[in-house]
Unconditional design. Structure first.
Length: 94
Protein backbone atom coordinates (compact mmCIF):
# COMPACT_ATOMS: atom_id res chain seq x y z
CA UNK A 1 0.00 0.00 0.00
CA UNK A 2 2.85 2.39 0.85
CA UNK A 3 4.49 1.72 -2.51
CA UNK A 4 1.22 2.46 -4.33
CA UNK A 5 0.80 5.76 -2.45
CA UNK A 6 4.43 6.68 -3.20
CA UNK A 7 3.91 6.01 -6.91
CA UNK A 8 0.67 8.02 -6.97
CA UNK A 9 2.39 10.89 -5.11
CA UNK A 10 5.27 10.80 -7.61
CA UNK A 11 2.87 10.87 -10.56
CA UNK A 12 0.95 13.75 -8.96
CA UNK A 13 4.20 15.69 -8.38
CA UNK A 14 5.31 15.15 -11.99
CA UNK A 15 1.85 16.20 -13.16
CA UNK A 16 1.98 19.35 -11.04
CA UNK A 17 5.42 20.25 -12.38
CA UNK A 18 4.16 19.63 -15.91
CA UNK A 19 1.21 22.00 -15.39
CA UNK A 20 3.48 24.66 -13.88
CA UNK A 21 5.94 24.34 -16.79
CA UNK A 22 3.11 24.60 -19.35
CA UNK A 23 1.68 27.76 -17.83
CA UNK A 24 5.14 29.29 -17.38
CA UNK A 25 5.71 28.68 -21.10
CA UNK A 26 2.34 30.31 -21.89
CA UNK A 27 3.16 33.36 -19.74
CA UNK A 28 6.57 33.63 -21.40
CA UNK A 29 4.90 33.77 -24.81
CA UNK A 30 2.58 36.56 -23.68
CA UNK A 31 5.47 38.52 -22.20
CA UNK A 32 7.43 38.18 -25.44
CA UNK A 33 4.51 39.68 -27.35
CA UNK A 34 4.27 42.54 -24.85
CA UNK A 35 7.93 43.50 -24.65
CA UNK A 36 10.16 41.11 -26.51
CA UNK A 37 10.88 43.06 -29.70
CA UNK A 38 11.57 46.65 -30.80
CA UNK A 39 7.99 47.16 -32.07
CA UNK A 40 6.29 45.91 -28.90
CA UNK A 41 4.10 48.02 -26.67
CA UNK A 42 6.74 48.05 -23.96
CA UNK A 43 9.41 49.27 -26.38
CA UNK A 44 7.11 52.06 -27.59
CA UNK A 45 6.37 53.13 -24.02
CA UNK A 46 10.09 53.08 -23.17
CA UNK A 47 10.85 55.24 -26.22
CA UNK A 48 8.12 57.73 -25.24
CA UNK A 49 9.32 57.98 -21.66
CA UNK A 50 12.89 58.54 -22.88
CA UNK A 51 11.69 61.35 -25.19
CA UNK A 52 9.84 63.02 -22.31
CA UNK A 53 12.93 62.70 -20.11
CA UNK A 54 15.13 64.36 -22.74
CA UNK A 55 12.64 67.17 -23.39
CA UNK A 56 12.22 67.99 -19.70
CA UNK A 57 15.88 67.67 -18.66
CA UNK A 58 16.34 71.46 -18.53
CA UNK A 59 13.48 72.03 -16.11
CA UNK A 60 15.45 71.03 -12.99
CA UNK A 61 18.22 73.64 -13.18
CA UNK A 62 15.78 76.36 -14.26
CA UNK A 63 13.46 75.64 -11.33
CA UNK A 64 16.41 75.96 -8.96
CA UNK A 65 17.27 79.35 -10.44
CA UNK A 66 13.62 80.40 -10.24
CA UNK A 67 13.43 79.38 -6.57
CA UNK A 68 16.56 81.38 -5.76
CA UNK A 69 15.16 84.43 -7.55
CA UNK A 70 11.80 84.15 -5.77
CA UNK A 71 13.52 83.74 -2.41
CA UNK A 72 15.51 86.93 -3.03
CA UNK A 73 12.38 88.74 -4.21
CA UNK A 74 10.55 87.69 -1.04
CA UNK A 75 13.38 88.98 1.12
CA UNK A 76 13.44 92.29 -0.77
CA UNK A 77 9.66 92.69 -0.45
CA UNK A 78 9.80 91.94 3.27
CA UNK A 79 12.63 94.45 3.76
CA UNK A 80 10.69 97.17 1.91
CA UNK A 81 7.17 96.30 3.13
CA UNK A 82 6.57 99.71 4.70
CA UNK A 83 7.51 101.59 1.55
CA UNK A 84 5.37 99.29 -0.59
CA UNK A 85 2.28 99.70 1.62
CA UNK A 86 2.78 103.46 1.70
CA UNK A 87 3.13 103.62 -2.08
CA UNK A 88 0.03 101.50 -2.67
CA UNK A 89 -2.30 102.94 -0.03
CA UNK A 90 -0.87 106.30 0.78
CA UNK A 91 -0.72 105.26 4.46
CA UNK A 92 2.29 104.57 6.62
CA UNK A 93 2.72 100.91 7.74
CA UNK A 94 3.92 99.94 11.21
Amino acid sequence: MIILLTIISGIAAVGLLGVIAYYAWQVSGHLDRIGGNPTSYLAKIRMGVRAIERETALIGPEVSRLNDTLRQLGADLEANRGLIVQALTGKRSE
